[in-house]
Design a binder for this molecule. Structure first.
Ligand code: ADP
Length: 548
């Protein structure tokens, strides 16, 4: 992987460029090709900002070909045709059907099913929940049982509309006569003994990135947000949202939000780093706490498998975790599009870096900047000109590349080397040694050049040697303009696999790989997820993590 590579500017030979077809101006001849992002409406401004900061450019539907982009970000799911049509140089920010665990009732149902199948020892991290009105009778039975065992007051419950977010429509109650709802809701046991800091309730917004569901590949983000309620926790005032809900979208309207709060400060957020330091002061083992949280993440995402097979997508989830006063973490919900708005400077610090690291995780290679117009995909209006000039050459190059790829796939060292040399020569032919430097290109170059590691560049140039696996051959083919790219067929070479050892990269920025966590887990997640074996491995892990 080209670690830290912000973006790769590939000077393209003018004859391959559609810009040249459109203008004879000399200035357009040397084109530095940035990566291109495409945003659907309502995508938070920060996504655009970060990508521009990295030197990317925004997709222009009118000017560019349909496939001339590298990252498509939207807030809603893609349709299956988008997934089927994804090209080797592209990534989509949603996995098909990942939304299945991000609605509160779906999550409750999936976790209940997993609890039934694999036991409550592992799956006891989510508060008991009932989907209303469907589970009303079951809820009444549980409510009555709690009342009998817990005295007249019984326990506390929280009622949440299933498809609302940001704390909207939430009700906390003790007496069933206070339960009212006019839509589908979940009624969940209210964790009435939360960990408090200086009397304030808090929860954690943990960012989780899944780069693949098959094989399952999960990263958690080490930095994150601790979100505080802005009034002191008090079970006597259940209707005080500022004391019981930790959503910033609610607390920022509270009278205490901007005020200095003893032990917390102003506002309502801390970073994980600050929270970890706080825990250490009180001799709390934050490593054990985070191991438990990571187990929750893995077990929750297992509930979502199997998903339809899809390449070149990823999912950034926001897990909401509440910690109780015994330091037990509870999963409250999983967010599909975790908020990327900037309410305070802590948001800016955490979310901006998070997005940069997400892009790092997407592991773009220099070849991805070439996109389709090296070989194909020309918009109707320009099609004829291009095919009659560059197109002919592209076809020739493509057919020689087809031969190269066939040879490389056979993985024979002796035959693959000349094949790759040929490809290297072709690549060289399309690349100028010294692109013309304009003011903006110099600025961009300054931003990006140091990030391209010499080692990574050398790796890209290195011919296929003896002992390379067929998978590596496939990877190398992916890195070069291939006939598969021409045919819009995605080569099955996951983008998140390390060039070095063909495994998921253990760490990218602040993203840490938490699954697979050992060889057995890796094996069990390949070729269709073997949930039973994975659960066995997690059980072993959990028993090792328990204090002796
Ligand atoms: P939303 O999608 O509306 O944010 P959440 O499930 O995240 O809904 O709940 C909002 C807030 O309510 C949480 O951040 C947390 O502070 C509080 N909360 C939710 N469920 C529980 C629960 N079972 N026990 C204690 N507090 C809860």
């Amino acid at each position: 992987m080209l670690q830290g590579g912000l973006c790769f500017w590939v000077p393209v030979n003018s004859s391959d460029s559609k810009m040249e077809m459109m203008a004879s101006d000399d200035d357009t001849r040397d084109i530095l090709r940035p990566l291109v992002f495409r945003l659907h409406e309502n995508v938070p401004a920060l996504v655009r900002e970060v990508l521009l900061e990295r030197g990317w450019t925004e997709f222009d539907k009118k000017e560019q070909d349909d496939a001339d982009w590298n990252l498509y970000w939207r807030n809603s799911p893609f349709c299956m045709t988008d997934h089927r049509g994804v090209k080797p140089w592209q990534r989509l920010n949603h996995y098909p059907e990942a939304i299945r665990i991000t609605r509160k009732d779906f999550l409750a149902r999936h976790l209940k099913r997993m609890k039934g199948a694999f036991g409550s020892t592992l799956y006891e991290f989510s508060p008991v929940a009932f989907i209303m009105p469907k589970d009303y009778v079951k809820f009444v039975a549980e409510y009555s049982k709690e009342r009998q065992s817990g005295g007249r007051s019984g326990c506390y419950w929280i009622c949440k509309p299933v498809d609302l977010s940001r704390g909207r429509g939430i009700l906390i109650f003790q007496d069933i006569k206070d339960l009212v709802y006019d839509c589908t809701v979940i009624v969940q046991k209210y964790i009435s003994n939360p960990l408090l800091i200086s009397g304030y309730k808090l929860d954690l917004r943990l960012y989780v990135c899944v780069t693949s569901f098959c094989p399952l590949t999960i990263y958690t983000y080490e930095e994150g947000l601790v979100r505080f309620a802005t009034e002191k926790f008090d079970l006597e005032s259940l209707d005080n949202v500022y004391a019981h809900l930790t959503n910033t979208s609610i607390n920022k309207y509270g009278a205490s939000y901007k005020k200095y709060k003893e032990g917390i400060g102003c506002g309502s957020k801390w970073t994980f780093s600050k929270f970890r330091s706080y825990l250490r002061i009180f001799d709390v083992d934050d490593v054990v706490l985070w191991q438990k949280i990571n187990n929750i993440v893995i077990l929750t995402l297992l509930a979502l498998t199997p998903l339809p097979v899809a390449s070149n997508c990823f999912e950034l989830f926001g897990f909401d975790i509440l910690i109780d006063d015994k330091f037990k973490p509870w999963l409250l919900e999983v967010n599909y599009n975790p908020a990327l708005c900037l309410d305070c400077s802590i948001d800016d610090t955490v979310k901006r870096k998070l997005l940069h690291d997400v892009v790092e995780l997407l592991n773009y290679k220099q070849i991805d900047t070439l996109r389709h117009n090296q070989v194909a995909g020309i918009k109707a209006g320009r099609r004829q000109v291009l095919w009659s000039t560059a197109g002919e050459r592209a076809t020739k190059e493509t057919s020689s590349l087809l031969n190269c790829q066939k040879v490389a796939k056979r993985s024979s060292a002796s035959s693959a080397q000349p094949a790759l040399r040929k490809v290297a020569a072709l690549t060289k032919k399309t690349t100028r040694a010294h692109p013309r430097k304009t003011l903006t290109s110099q600025l961009r170059e300054k931003m990006n050049t140091p990030k391209i590691s010499v080692k990574a560049e050398a790796e890209n140039k290195q011919p296929l040697g003896i002992g390379h696996s067929s998978r590596e051959s496939a990877r190398l083919c992916h890195q070069l303009p291939t006939p598969d790219a021409f045919n819009y067929k995605l080569i099955p070479c996951p983008y998140f696999i390390s060039d070095k050892d063909q495994r998921p990269i253990p760490r990218v920025g602040d993203f840490v790989l938490i699954f697979p966590f050992n060889e057995a887990a890796l094996k069990a997640s390949k070729d269709g997820t073997n949930i039973k074996n994975i659960i066995k491995e997690i059980s072993k892990l959990v028993s090792k993590q328990l204090p002796s």
